[in-house]
Design a protein around this ligand. Structure first.
Ligand code: FUB
Length: 450
């Protein structure tokens, strides 16, 4: 009896501490994500993931067109900040928004990604920046000195020197980056291919106990599926010594795998992708997270990807939930639009980088875009402030929610308008003003698990 009481007390304590977490693989079920690059930025309590996006209903990498950023504080509740960079906003690119990575240096968030150049189909390594980890990001051109820039990854060392790694089709290169990240320093470029057994693509670097770990995708004798390998070096540019496989074949694996390794709240995690959620369509993938640990000699213990995900290292099984947080001020940069109204940041207390106000004319509106993997239900919430009690409309794709009440609130607040249905793919939610005096901070969609 005493033992049972003690166990319950322990459970209660863990729950209150947030120690009971829910976990599963795929870790995010709201959207098809691939190539996850996970980071913990100094000064943020969140874990951030930069991902490419497979189009639902397709089974090809050729239609990949934009990137998303997600965050979590508990590996259970995920926030998807929507589309943060789209091919159509990259003047030099035509298509193929493939793998991605991010870095933070001197208060600027850098995004590197690969897209095919207009007119010639050459893969370039694009560079975009933002003042916010969640973007949206603005393209500033492609990195000079990289001939075929598929699968880029960034690594910023403790001395603030940034490195770029890239590679595909059986080769891998690395070089120091210039201070503005806009070009590689040519004389530092190294060909890492001979050091990485059977490397195919997808390099990614993290540091553990002073050593540099380069993880990559291996394709033995050029045969699919890819296994995840890693190599270790004393310096970022090598020489690297291959240590072998850390993720091999598993149930629900796609032809490709691709990922990153990160420490968050004293635990190590391997981010990668699989295809179970799309009914085994190999090119329509979803993000997986598994627990990772090292042996005392610094080698990585091989991972068998688990259906319960990070529940394997202490969390409790269960459904994860995604909240799609669409900042009104990002409307235009994130697949939506702002018509008539203006972006402002004078009234404090908003989330993101501002809010939208000056809805002065009939039908002034702000539209945001939510992308989801399948027809599904979400709770619709809006962050706003209003000078008086007001009524406005919200159009969810073709369904008009009329005369929604926004009670007076001087401070930014959130209101819940109940459950709405989203359709597979892109959804447009348009706030349409009916009277003046409202500020729209964000539109939020919380995944309903059925
Ligand atoms: O996501 C598109 C491509 O598939 C990536 O660039 C490769 O690494 C593979 O994951």
């Amino acid at each position: 009896m005493k033992k049972k009481v003690a166990l319950w007390a322990l459970c209660l304590a863990l729950m209150m501490e947030g120690g009971f977490l829910f976990a599963q693989n795929p870790a995010v079920t709201s959207i098809h994500l691939a190539d996850p690059s996970a980071h913990v930025w100094p000064g943020s309590d969140k874990l951030w993931v930069y991902v490419s996006h497979d189009q639902p209903g397709t089974n090809t990498h050729a239609t990949m067109a934009d990137y998303h950023v997600l965050s979590t504080t508990d590996m259970v509740n995920w926030t998807d900040y929507g589309s943060v960079l789209h091919v159509k906003d990259v003047s030099w690119a035509a298509s193929h928004a493939w793998a991605i990575d991010a870095a933070l240096l001197d208060s600027t968030y850098y995004l590197v990604y690969c897209m095919q150049e207009k007119g010639n189909g050459v893969f370039r390594t694009g560079l975009a920046t933002s003042k916010y980890p969640q973007g949206p990001f603005t393209d500033i051109g492609y990195i000079k000195g990289v001939e075929w820039g598929q699968d880029p990854a960034l690594f910023v060392d403790d001395d603030k020197q940034a490195y770029l790694y890239w590679g595909c089709g059986g080769s891998c290169f690395a070089a120091k980056l210039s201070k503005d990240f806009k070009s590689i320093i040519p004389e530092t470029k190294v060909n890492l291919t001979p050091q990485l057994t059977d490397v195919f693509e997808g390099p990614w670097v993290h540091k553990y106990k002073g050593k540099y770990y380069l993880s990559y995708l291996e394709k033995k004798k050029k045969k699919w599926p890819e296994h995840m390998y890693y190599a270790v070096a004393d310096k970022p540019l090598g020489p690297y010594v291959c240590k072998g496989e850390y993720i091999g074949r598993f149930d629900g694996m796609a032809g490709t795998n691709h990922g990153s390794i990160v420490k968050y709240k004293n635990k190590w995690y391997a981010f990668h992708h699989g295809m179970k959620m799309s009914g085994n369509k190999s090119e329509c993938r979803n993000m997986l997270v598994d627990c990772l640990s090292y042996n005392s000699d610094g080698t990585i213990k091989p991972i068998i990807p688990s259906a319960i995900g990070v529940a394997e290292c202490g969390a409790t099984k269960g459904p994860t939930i995604t909240t799609i947080l669409l900042e009104a001020e990002n409307g235009t940069a994130a697949g939506g639009s702002i018509q008539g109204a203006k972006i402002n940041n004078r009234h404090s207390g908003y989330s993101g980088s501002g809010y939208v106000d000056s809805f002065n004319h009939q039908n002034d509106c702000v539209t945001v875009m939510a992308s989801v993997a399948k027809n599904s239900k979400y709770r619709l919430k809006v962050g706003y402030a209003a000078k008086t009690d007001q009524k406005h409309d919200i159009l969810v794709n073709y369904i008009m929610l009329q005369d929604l009440s926004f009670p007076k609130s001087d401070d930014f607040t959130e209101i819940d308008f109940g459950v709405v249905s989203l359709r597979e793919g892109d959804n447009f939610l348009k706030f349409i003003r009916k009277s003046s005096g409202i500020e729209i901070d964000y539109i939020k969609l919380v995944q309903v698990i059925e």
